[in-house]
Design a protein around this ligand. Structure first.
Ligand code: 5RP
Length: 239
């Protein structure tokens, strides 16, 4: 990468980070004393956790269910009380990031590998709010490869089925080159349905019926609102 490209890329990353922070701050303002929260995973969700931590240190009392070990650790560091869905099966509000969202507020999630717990937590919440920067907004889902969490034994049969749907399938790898393991010890197939997923709901239903698929990153009909950051501004988008 040449120096000009690098400077431009760093600038865009900084702008997106500011936007993520603004969206996260707006979500934290929705939190009320006594709430039971679902707490997402990823860089946008981490801004939410940081800001929530500040409010907790200022006296706010909440309990949260974290969607990953990473987010749980950050919550513990900041003094945010954690619970689980056995103790607290219904949540008031879940807040999480997304890799893509469309005009109907369908999402692709799982870039950070936490899609299974993220979907369980979002499903347990009365309100699911997504926080995002403008790079996540698309007309049609599909430029971001769809993460599909699988049982390792089913890798080859599932790859075959996915390829019949014209997906280019890649087994996600960890930094050491071994298969990436989710918090639940599963593998992830990243599926490029490029350039578009024409019918997310239909694909979601199909994937859910395949043996060996634990969960997929299509979140259809779950999101109440997207808080879209743009610099210091935040736009609330409802479906
Ligand atoms: C993790 C996720 C994240 O919410 C998604 O990848 C967005 O991440 P970021 O906020 O870092 O852009 O689904 O599994």
């Amino acid at each position: 990468m040449n120096q000009t490209t690098k400077v431009k890329k760093d600038g865009v990353a900084r702008m997106n980070d500011k936007a993520k922070q603004s969206a996260a701050n707006a979500a934290v303002e929705m939190v009320e004393n006594g709430m039971r929260l679902g707490i997402g995973t990823g860089s946008t969700a981490e801004h939410f956790i940081q800001q929530l931590g500040r409010r907790v240190q200022g006296g706010l009392s909440v309990v949260g269910v974290a969607t990953s070990e990473r987010s749980a650790e950050l919550c513990r560091d900041l003094g945010i009380a954690l619970t689980d869905l056995d103790e607290t099966p219904v949540l008031d509000l879940a807040v999480d990031g997304a890799d893509e969202f469309d005009g109907a507020l369908n999402l692709i999630k799982g870039g950070g590998g936490a899609l299974l717990r993220e979907k369980i937590v979002a499903g347990a919440a009365e309100r699911f709010v997504v926080i995002a920067d403008a790079s996540k907004k698309v007309d049609i889902l599909g430029a971001f490869p769809l993460p599909v969490e699988i049982i390792p034994m089913a890798r080859q049969p599932l790859t075959g089925r996915l390829e019949k749907l014209d997906a280019v399938v890649t087994l996600r790898q960890a930094a050491d080159g071994a298969p990436f393991r989710t918090d639940e010890n599963h593998w992830i197939l990243d599926c490029a349905f490029g350039p578009t997923i024409d019918n997310p709901m239909e694909l979601a239903q199909t994937l859910s019926t395949w043996p060996g698929v634990v969960e997929h990153g299509l979140f259809c009909g779950m999101t109440e609102q997207v808080l879209l950051g743009n610099g210091n501004q935040v736009q609330a988008i409802t479906g």
